[in-house]
Design a binder for this molecule. Structure first.
Ligand code: ZN
Ligand code: ZN
Length: 217
């Protein structure tokens, strides 16, 4: 089992597996904008903006063990299909559902923005940048984002297309869901039914400090 907790420990989620399917360093706008927002909400500094976000990807078989009332789901815009689970007790970012890119069997975990115990070590599979997102998937990660875009990486790295076979392979694995575990979709639906979404668009529009990404001015 892999145990994921928010930074203050009130929210705890268990994944059935301990073995990551793959690991990406993501520099996309969704990750950067939402993590910037979460840091601001909690009075932390998110530095540097547009840093690569370290992520592991686990089979979609999990359960909320405690603190479910602290879990909320964030959309960067109302139409966004990339959904991020944050803990509003401490504004940790725990995980992401992205059906458009990952499909229904894979959940992304923001390992640097929450606490992860029990997962096996995994080499970085690829580092991905905005420009590497396939054109037919652009809407999945950055539709509607108003801020500057990070079109290029600072250095030569393995690119997004090279990881696609790994993702496709992981999508075709048989998903084993033990008793007591379920899908992240069920967790999202339950939470949103009770508490609604957090939409980052509101954050831009309501007179609060805008998303200003370091290095953008
Ligand atoms: Zn917390
Ligand atoms: Zn990202």
């Amino acid at each position: 089992m892999t145990i994921i907790t928010c930074n203050c420990g009130k929210l705890e989620v268990h994944f059935a597996t301990t073995k990551p399917l793959f690991r990406l360093i993501c520099c996309c706008n969704d990750c950067n904008a939402i993590l910037h927002w979460a840091a601001w909400k909690n009075g932390r500094t998110f530095y540097p903006a547009f840093q690569g976000i370290d992520k592991i990807y686990l089979e979609n078989s999990l359960k909320v063990a405690k603190g479910e009332e602290n879990l909320r789901w964030v959309k960067i815009t109302p139409n966004s299909v990339c959904l991020r689970g944050v803990a509003t007790c401490c504004y940790a970012s725990l995980f992401v559902e992205n059906l458009s890119i990952l499909g229904p069997k894979i959940v992304c975990v923001d390992v640097d923005y929450c606490k992860v115990r029990g997962a096996e070590a995994c080499e970085v599979t690829a580092q991905i940048f905005e420009k590497d997102v396939p054109s037919n998937r652009k809407n999945a990660v950055c539709e509607g984002f108003k801020g500057p875009r990070f079109e290029e990486g600072p250095e030569e790295t393995p690119m997004w297309p090279s990881v696609i076979p790994t993702i496709v392979n992981a999508q075709s694995n048989e998903l084993i869901v033990p008793d007591g575990f379920g899908s992240i979709r069920d967790i999202i639906e339950k939470s949103v039914k009770s508490y609604g979404w957090i939409e980052l668009e509101d954050y831009n529009d309501n007179g609060d400090p805008p998303i200003v990404l370091a290095g953008s001015n």
